[in-house]
Design a protein around this ligand. Structure first.
Ligand code: ADP
Ligand code: MG
Length: 292
């Protein structure tokens, strides 16, 4: 590879809003088979809005929302931001002590003297909380409609369901079509529920879905695809995507994402848009074409 041709590619990249860490990254684009796309913040905007607060039987809606929102002030997760913003009318929220983030599952902390748990059904189950049937039903109904649903509970029992919705970025569907046209099989990867993930996948035209994956497992998913002999590109934005972005043959970070993801990747997409991933792979290939 002549350094001049690579530099031209890098300069054109900057014009297209693609920051290339090192020219070596481009080399892998020749033989990519699959492109793994993180859901939240990559295929979707990641700007979630709180839709519903559904209290369990005998529970008060305002209390469910108040405790949930208080707890979520400790988290930067898109779900947390939606819950806090959606509770603006609840007024001043009580303080939280002993806050802890449980990677890929939810959060916990003490609010108003109660130890509150908030997150996936799996989290409340693992911590031994009873989850009444009507709460499970409210959760699965929301998921069937493509919404992310989290449970909140305290004193041994789930007390309510919060549903949030995200939106697919307007260009995601066309970008997926073009990634296919470049010979890459798109795969959707997420820690969210499988029903929600399938709904998003269908909306953008992806057939392969890997859901309910813990942050630490994302890297194993990439390694498994590679073990099948596939060369894998990964596009992500979160702290939870960093290890997977490093493991991938080509790691692409959304520029709007976390610093950790950007550091872990080969390319950064300044535009908050999957079309930039298409441009990046095209540019890399054409740059290599002029080198040979
Ligand atoms: P993704 O892969 O889509 O970026 P994450 O791994 O960050 O998802 O989170 C997976 C799931 O864990 C979320 O869909 C949510 O149900 C739950 N979760 C994680 N953190 C929180 C939080 N702070 N509040 C509520 N739910 C959370
Ligand atoms: Mg994400």
């Amino acid at each position: 590879a002549t350094p001049t041709a690579l530099l031209v590619g890098t300069g054109r990249g900057a014009q297209l809003g693609i920051l290339i860490k090192g020219p070596e990254a481009l080399e892998s684009t020749r033989r990519l088979d699959a492109v793994v796309l993180d859901k939240t913040g990559t295929v979707t905007t990641g700007r979630m809005a709180l839709l519903d607060v559904i209290p369990g039987e005998g529970e008060r809606r305002d209390e469910v929302l108040r405790l949930a929102a208080a707890l979520e002030t400790g988290s930067e997760h898109p779900v947390a931001r939606a819950v806090v913003a959606g509770a603006a009318e609840a007024g001043v929220l009580p303080p939280v002590t002993g806050f802890a983030n449980i990677e890929g599952l939810g959060v916990t902390g003490t609010v108003d003297g109660r130890q509150v748990l908030l997150g996936r059904l799996r989290l409340l189950g693992e911590r031994g909380l009873v989850v009444p049937d009507e709460i499970v039903r409210a959760m699965t109904d929301a998921q069937a409609a493509g919404r992310t649903a989290v449970l909140v509970g305290w004193d041994g029992r789930a007390r309510g369901v919060l549903t949030v919705a995200d939106q697919v970025k307007p260009t995601s569907r066309e970008a997926v079509r073009r990634l296919r046209a470049l010979g890459l099989t798109p795969v959707l990867l997420t820690g969210d529920n499988v029903t929600v993930a399938r709904a998003v996948a269908a909306e953008v035209g992806i057939d392969e879905v890997i859901a309910e994956v813990l942050p630490a497992e994302k890297v194993e998913v990439i390694a498994r695809l590679q073990a099948e002999g596939r060369a894998v590109a990964m596009v992500g934005d979160g702290v939870n995507d960093a290890a997977a972005l490093t493991q991938a043959d080509l790691g692409l970070a959304m520029g709007t994402g976390t610093d950790v993801a950007i550091e872990a990747s080969d390319l950064t997409l300044v535009r908050d848009d999957l079309m930039a991933a298409v441009d990046a792979i095209r540019l890399a290939r054409s740059t290599l074409g002029t080198i040979k």
